[in-house]
Design a binder for this molecule. Structure first.
Ligand SMILES: [Zn+2]
Length: 215
């Protein structure tokens, strides 16, 4: 059962479409595993829709409507995930599969020390997404948090002063966070970790939420 969720700031910014790609990816991955947060994002989406309804309409030209209709008939409908590639690995939620490939075991890991391995995922600049492989019973080598870091567990579990984090759980670390995550002794732990540009942390969340409030 998932007990650690992204903060409302992240869910709201996800709904507003204002998150950097790497953060968008980790929130989407959590939502695919968490009914509670999916419902919360749904309520933010509804609020955004209500705001759009009260916004003065901009005129759409005839050719614009034609393009839109062509897109609707040739593409999948919103909410229809049948076009998404199925994930061959039960540990790999669909939003991640597009970045990783079909299976976690095919990931091209690079060692970072103490048996820990990582694989950087291709996302837009502004934030970085990486998969982390932490051998069972291993403590993650010290890595300072100079910005915001979100960590989502895909397989296994880890524990630190913030509690125990298992599949689907998200931990938020900030420069004030001082912790040493240790993987469960019973199983290797695989996580998705996302960080932003270190020096831009101070204004990150206000910046993310701003476009939403301006809709
Ligand atoms: Zn959640």
């Amino acid at each position: 059962m998932i007990t650690h969720h992204p903060t409302p700031d992240f869910l709201m910014a996800y709904s507003a479409g204002s998150l950097p790609e790497a953060f968008d990816l980790i929130v989407a991955t959590h939502l695919s595993l968490c009914d509670t947060c999916r419902a919360e994002v749904g309520s933010y989406d509804a609020l955004g829709g209500a705001l759009l309804d009260t916004t003065a309409a901009a005129e759409l030209t005839g050719s614009g409507i034609d393009r839109l209709l062509t897109g609707i008939t040739s593409d999948r409908l919103p909410g229809d995930d049948s076009a998404a590639p199925p994930s061959a690995d039960p540990d790999l939620p669909v939003p991640l599969a597009a970045y990783v490939g079909a299976r976690l075991k095919d990931v091209r890991w690079r060692p970072v020390g103490m048996g820990v391995k990582q694989a950087i995922l291709p996302t837009a600049p502004g934030a970085t997404a990486r998969l982390l492989f932490i051998p069972a019973g291993t403590a993650v080598p010290d890595h300072g948090h100079r910005g915001t870091e979100l960590t989502l567990v895909l397989r296994g579990a880890f524990e630190d002063c913030g509690g125990r984090f298992a599949r689907g759980d998200v931990e938020l670390a900030t420069p004030e966070t001082d912790h040493m995550p240790i993987a469960d002794i019973t199983e290797d732990c695989i996580c998705l970790a996302v960080t932003d540009a270190p020096l831009r942390f101070k204004g990150l969340l206000p910046r993310l939420v701003q476009p939403f409030l301006k809709i």
